[in-house]
Design a protein around this ligand. Sequence first.
Ligand code: GTP
Ligand code: MG
Length: 459
Amino acid sequence: MILWFGKKKKADEMKAAGAAMEAPELSADELAAQQAEAARLAEEKAEIERAVAEANKAWEQRQAREAEAAAAESARLEEEARRAEEAAAKAGAEEAARLAAEAEAARKAREERDAARAKAEAELKLLADRREAERLRAEREAAARAAMEAEANNPGFMARLGTGLSRSSSRLTQGLAALGKRKLDEDTLEELQDLLITSDLGAKVAARVTKNLSKERFDREISEDEIRLALAEEITEVLKPREKVVDFSDGSRPRIVLFVGVNGSGKTTTIGKIASKLKEQGARALLVAGDTFRAAAIEQLTVWGDRAGIPVMSKPTGADAAGLVYEAIEKAKAEDLDLVLIDTAGRLQNKAELMAELEKVVRVIRKLDPTAPHDVILVLDATVGQNALSQVDAFRQTAGVTGLVMTKLDGTAKGGVLVAIAEAYDLPIHFIGIGEKAEDLRPFSAEAFSRALVGATAG
Ligand SMILES: Nc1nc2c(ncn2[C@@H]2O[C@H](COP(=O)(O)OP(=O)(O)OP(=O)(O)O)[C@@H](O)[C@H]2O)c(=O)[nH]1
Ligand SMILES: [Mg+2]
């Protein structure tokens, strides 16, 4: 639009210039003035154009400068934004790393806490298990003790033991009856002492018992019942420390129990009776027919084992007993059994060769388990009287006897020897046998035995 007006102005100027040319001739001065005016105008125009150009240039420069500044500013802003973005990204990564580390630490802490809790729970469980085992053991022991006491006070048992002992100890019971109601003087005391000695209680016990009696009752009138009870009390004193309930479920596994004794003392029968009791109590046992001399001995143990439902390990007659015992213990270990009950051939304590063979059996057992045999039970026949003392001595030296069983107390005159043994040897008396049947094996009770021995009634 400006350009169009310019064109029109230029056309108007041309027209004016043409008109002037058509004008009449001017004088030289007028012409010069006209030309000067034209030159001035032209200069003025040029001046204006220059000024405009300059202004335009300045404007352009300013524009360029401003554009440059704007570009620089935008670049700066862009850079700032980039930096900010970068920083944000970096900060984000750091935060993410921090969060990850925190999460990892939390996970570890949780794991540690869980592990600690699991450990504590396991420890608590172990403790509870141990307590429970201890409680069960105590319960079993209490039950065994209660059963023992009940049996000890059972009139049937007392009568049985009493018949045997009193029949047998007739010398003692009748002798006491013969003493009657007497004054407890020197003579009576001496008579009483002799009576005790001849009843197998031994000189030491006889002396001690009479001495104690005289201390409290010397020169006093004493009735037959009174003397029986006083005697029973004195004998109980001697026997009481030997009264010990044996708990085969305790200790090593397998617990290895060896039965030793002279011929016919009751070893095989006692193992059979114990096996029956253990089976009732749920023990996993193995019976070993270590008496390889007699076929009948193997057969006898097998009958007991079959009856109780407990396996019996045996070898043909004449086989090496130590070899059989070795194999039996290995089997019991492999099968994780609770108990191994080993029968042995009867042997007289003065037969060196047979005693050496027993020694070999013990050595072989020790090879497999240095702590075994855990029990070496000497089975004594009450009917042999004083000879039982030398049996204890010999088997203790050869086989390391740890406890005693006395059998056949239902029919003997000589049960008194158990008092002499209790006095001489610090060996627990585990059981007594009062018959041939499974139920005829009883835990030893010092009171019951003492009362039966002197013919005192329970109470
Ligand atoms: N009355 C009675 N008899 C018993 C008792 N204990 C064992 N007997 C019997 O005594 C005899 C011998 O018993 P065993 O168990 O064979 O004796 P053992 O010690 O194994 O004998 P050997 O193997 O020959 O050394 C058998 O007839 C048993 O029944 C008991 O407490 N009372
Ligand atoms: Mg036998």
